[in-house]
Write a protein that binds this ligand. Structure first.
Ligand code: PGA
Length: 241
């Protein structure tokens, strides 16, 4: 595992952005695994700016997102479909049918999980997966206790995850209680992983990840089984390391 120490959120985003752009330039048909939330937003800003300034092209790039809330339609401003469209896709020349996100409004959710796994397989797997980490160690929406062998599945969100995400909603009650997420085994099949960690709120999770034991009670620890993980963290997140 490689650790890149950065000063702050902006520098973390820049370092991650540069790695992603390099990969796309050397492989214009890259399959990118994408994440939502506060952590990757700065990276997406970098990709948009680089696309405008340096003309990096996304016409053949494909993307698969980690997760989506159950019960929110794609048009809902709190859905991850909406987040991705607003914060990245609409600013790039990526074609809409190359961008994939689990459908949390599917009528048959079990079937949707199977479809998503199959889709990732058909794309030849994820080349580069961007990940954040939850304060409880979750990756994607794989909450503590999720088997490392899990594939794309339906989850009940942990209370502290819903609390953390309630900042985007009017109230805690509005935060969906369930989601679809790529499983831990699915994530581990990515050829390369970038784990981004920013801010003091994540310092304990990062400490546990770096120095703690490998356990299903701390989902991110599964990444220690992966041979190509780069952690890019800022000074606040690295407070205890
Ligand atoms: P955040 O979420 O980037 O909004 O902090 C990360 C996560 O919960 O995985």
């Amino acid at each position: 595992m490689k650790l890149i120490r950065t000063e702050n959120y902006a520098e973390m985003s820049l370092e991650a952005g540069k790695i992603i752009v390099d990969k796309i330039r050397s492989n214009p048909r890259l399959t990118l695994g994408l994440a939502t939330g506060s952590t990757p937003k700065g990276v997406y800003d970098y990709l948009i700016q680089d696309h405008g300034t340096n003309g990096t092209r996304y016409q053949q790039v494909k993307s698969v997102n980690l997760d989506e809330y159950i019960g929110l339609k794609a048009q809902d401003p709190n859905s991850y479909h909406y987040f991705m469209r607003q914060n990245l896709f609409k600013h790039l020349d990526i074609s809409e049918h190359h961008t994939h996100i689990p459908n949390g409004a599917a009528s048959d959710l079990k079937q949707e999980c199977l479809r998503y796994e199959q889709l990732i397989k058909e794309l030849g797997g994820v080349d580069l997966q961007i990940l954040g980490i939850g304060q409880n160690g979750h990756i994607g929406f794989n909450e503590p206790g999720t088997p490392f062998s899990s594939r794309t599945h339906i989850v009940t969100l942990a209370k502290n995850t819903r609390e953390a995400n309630s900042r985007f909603f009017n109230s805690f009650e509005e935060v969906p209680a369930h989601a679809i997420t790529m499983g831990i085994a699915t994530i581990l099949e990515s050829k390369e992983i970038l784990l981004l960690v920013s801010g003091e709120k994540k310092a304990e999770a990062l400490l546990k990840f770096m120095n703690g034991e490998i356990s299903e009670e701390f989902p991110a620890s599964a990444l220690k089984h992966h041979e190509n993980v780069t952690v890019i963290a800022d000074r606040d997140a690295l407070k205890y390391i």
